[in-house]
Design a protein around this ligand. Structure first.
Ligand code: NOJ
Length: 728
């Protein structure tokens, strides 16, 4: 439909109809047959309000969504179609590794492929939009939602946010088959809740917000993301859904976002709990004035906007602008011509968990695993191996916030090992998942007494050559509303670990988690530690691939593992201080802890391989750089071991002197390079002036002339560097 037709449609709509478009309701109001159900005042909505709501979240199923759409369009005065939205975070039926793990692949193309597969499955079930990517920068492992981000680095997150948007939306029109719209969230700063507690206030300086937190959202918007979601938190004490400066000046004004802005679930109503709105009416006015187009699941817009317009408290123009954006999105998705888009029950069946998608999931999972320690015990060969732990036969490993995944469709470790057919393996549960903190019901799997489980496991461990211990967090122990103050493993798992280590020294820990954990003791005592995060549908097969060396691990940490929780937030890009500490220093008045090191246990960018690599000295094609130049940086990378493998070569920059204190270093390039044993390749990067920019003392986004250092290596701690000067 042409823009002028959309405008005439808008002009023809009643105010109630327009306000209806601005309400999003949950699919729980519809039956399987697609008809409205429930008591007339479900969740405070009247049947009429639900009847006019312009979008639905959380419902899936081609046949059901078609019915809901058909019924809705019949009664909608202008036959405007609904948009169906849902949280497809790391896959729909085929579950890919959690986003934090995807970040560890350092492979945006692979992540794009995963998002495209998720889009195909989602489109066939009748969805039009996913609430993904989450581009929030995360630096505090206590926050449960770090699992939903690609990590602690703003620039890297930008690469992945773009990859996901392009994976969902494609590179052409949203109308294309198998494509769905993306929604970037949570705007803004949601990843920095005070003390790591979900929904807590966010305090960021404007410079930190602009330099570190906004770039990944911006990258997703530049990639064409159709929609943006507000965050739950306050930023500088203003809740996002009422933050005009953030939404109108920055998001729309500076970032040029023209799409639909949707509130997070109930966030407009929560303006009252934040204490910035006296009642729902004021909440509705504040959110509309801030530019929020869709109210997700509160009564604020549907019950109060009409009154507010009638009294002249808000301008009808604001409503028209919002509704036009919503109509435009529906039009961009092609819903006016084909309201069912790709909903197709046959395709839905064919695509869900299809071999091609499972293959991508398996490969992505193995690429996301990070080998944290290996004293040579891995890869396993033909020896007798005991697989012990509460995650060995557990299908819950697929992921947190993976709404449509199931344990039944997930390959467990036990199945993955058995699928190989050629190994001598024995299995035992070892202990319950946890003592049941927080979410006891979901977390405790076994009904055998703990003592018995432990005894069986220790007996098995005594007899085996090697032990693989599958330990970690349950998927319900991370994600939304799953913050933890103590990020160690449950006591029953640690007891199992200690008892097994006491009878067998060849212990490999396969660690499941949605966040970096405090694993000091494990890292000291285990012979090897493989972080597998929450690896998705194909988890068990991918773990077997890596344990037995069919796939050489090449994942690198996208978020530092802290030494202990007292260190968090700990991240490689810390700001410089006036009293820097370097290890071994005797001085008293320096920035350090008395009782723990400053360094994380495992830093960003770190990860081992079954082979070794040598990265040669940094070569620059010039020592001086004009603003229009591109400086070429190169190194040689050689596989110095005996098996083929991939190294993630990383380039970091340091601004030596600037008008404000700058991070100690910032990632500005990476390249995953595959090498056969003995093979050597040259890897090069280009430094352009815009990579040196930041918000200066006057808050201008500029680069400042002077000295810079460039480092190229295989972790954020590399010392392999050279210096260059940016000229005036
Ligand atoms: C709340 C979460 O914060 C958000 O990420 C999600 O998209 C919405 N709920 C909708 O489920």
């Amino acid at each position: 439909m042409e823009q002028d037709k959309l405008i005439s449609l808008l002009n023809d709509m009643s105010l109630e109809e327009k306000i209806g478009q601005m309400l999003q309701v949950s699919g729980m109001f519809y039956t399987e047959d697609g008809v409205l159900t429930g008591p007339a005042n479900t969740a405070g909505f009247t049947q009429e309000e639900i009847r006019l709501a312009g979008s639905v979240l959380g419902s899936v199923g081609a046949e059901q969504l078609k019915k809901i759409q058909r019924e809705y369009m019949e009664r909608q005065p202008h036959h405007i179609p609904l948009i169906f939205m849902a949280d497809i975070i790391n896959g729909f039926r085929t579950i890919f590794p959690i986003p934090l793990a995807q970040g560890c692949t350092f492979d945006p193309e692979l992540v794009e492929e995963g998002a495209a597969a998720a889009a195909r499955e989602s489109a066939a079930t009748g969805l039009h939009l996913t609430f993904s990517p989450m581009a929030d920068l995360v630096r505090d492992a206590r926050w449960g939602r770090v699992m939903e981000s690609t990590g602690e680095d703003a620039w890297l997150n930008g690469r992945f946010a773009r990859a996901m948007v392009e994976g969902y939306q494609g590179h052409g029109s949203l109308k294309e088959k198998g494509r769905i719209a993306a929604c970037v969230k949570h705007f803004a700063g949601y990843g920095a809740p005070t003390a790591g507690r979900d929904y807590n206030a966010v305090e960021l300086s404007e410079r930190t917000l602009r330099d570190d937190y906004l770039p990944a959202y911006k990258e997703a918007i530049d990639a064409g993301a159709a929609t943006v979601m507000t965050s739950f938190n306050t930023l500088d004490r203003v809740p996002s859904s009422a933050n005009r400066w953030l939404m109108r000046d920055i998001l729309r004004g500076e970032m040029g976002f023209e799409g639909v802005l949707i509130s997070d679930w109930a966030a407009i109503g929560e303006l009252c709990s934040h204490g910035v709105a006296r009642d729902q009416e004021e909440a509705a006015r504040l959110a509309l004035e801030a530019g929020v187009d869709i109210d997700m699941m509160t009564n604020c817009y549907c019950k109060h906007l009409k009154k507010l317009v009638a009294s002249g408290a808000v301008s009808g123009t604001l409503i028209d602008e919002a509704v036009l954006r919503i109509l435009k999105l529906k039009n961009d998705l092609g819903l006016f011509e084909n309201p069912y888009k790709d909903a197709d029950a046959v395709q839905e069946q064919e695509l869900a968990l299809c071999a091609a998608h499972r293959q991508t999931a398996r490969w992505m999972a193995s690429e996301s695993f990070v080998l944290l320690k290996n004293d040579g015990i891995l890869p396993l060969a033909g020896e007798e191996t005991a697989y012990i732990g509460p995650y060995v036969a557990n299908g819950e490993i697929y992921g947190a916030w993976s709404l449509f995944g199931t344990p039944e469709t997930t390959v467990t470790i036990e199945q993955g090992i058995k699928n190989r057919g050629d190994v001598q393996a024995y299995f035992a549960e070892g202990c319950p998942l946890s003592e049941g903190f927080g979410r006891a019901k979901d977390a405790c799997a076994s009904d055998k007494p703990a003592g018995k489980l432990l005894q069986e496991a220790v007996e098995l461990a005594k007899r085996a050559d090697k032990v693989v211990l599958a330990l970690g967090e349950h998927r319900r122990h991370s994600g939304e509303a799953a913050s933890r103050a103590d990020i160690t493993l449950p006591a029953c798992q640690m007891e199992l670990f200690r008892q097994v280590c006491a009878v067998n020294r060849n212990v490999v820990v396969v660690l499941f988690s949605g966040r970096p954990l405090d694993i000091r003791e494990i890292s000291e005592r285990a012979a090897a530690v493989l972080a597998v995060w929450m690896p998705g549908t194909e988890g068990g097969n991918a773990i077997a691939d890596v344990l037995y060396g069919d796939v050489n691990p090449s994942g690198r940490l996208s978020m530092s593992f802290p030494y202990c929780v007292g260190q968090v937030p700990v991240f490689y890009g810390q700001f410089r201080t006036g009293r820097p500490y370097t290890e071994g220093m005797e001085d008293q008045y320096v920035s350090r802890y008395l009782d723990i090191p400053n360094r994380p246990l495992y830093p960003f960018g770190y990860g081992l391989s079954y082979t070794t690599f040598a990265i040669g000295p940094v070569q620059l094609d010039a020592q001086q750089m004009r603003r229009t130049d591109r400086l070429r940086v190169s190194v040689t990378v050689k596989n110095t071991g005996s098996v083929s493998g991939s190294e993630v070569v990383q380039m970091y920059l340091t601004d030596v002197h600037a008008s404000v204190a700058r991070p100690v270093r910032e990632l500005r390039g990476f390249c995953k390079v595959h090498l056969e044993p003995g093979e050597e390749k040259e890897v090069s990067f280009e430094i352009a002036e815009d990579m040196l920019r930041f918000h200066d003392i006057h808050m201008n986004y500029v680069s400042e002339p002077g000295a810079f250092r460039v480092y190229v290596g295989n972790s954020s701690e590399t010392e392999n560097g050279a210096e260059f000067v940016l000229e005036e």
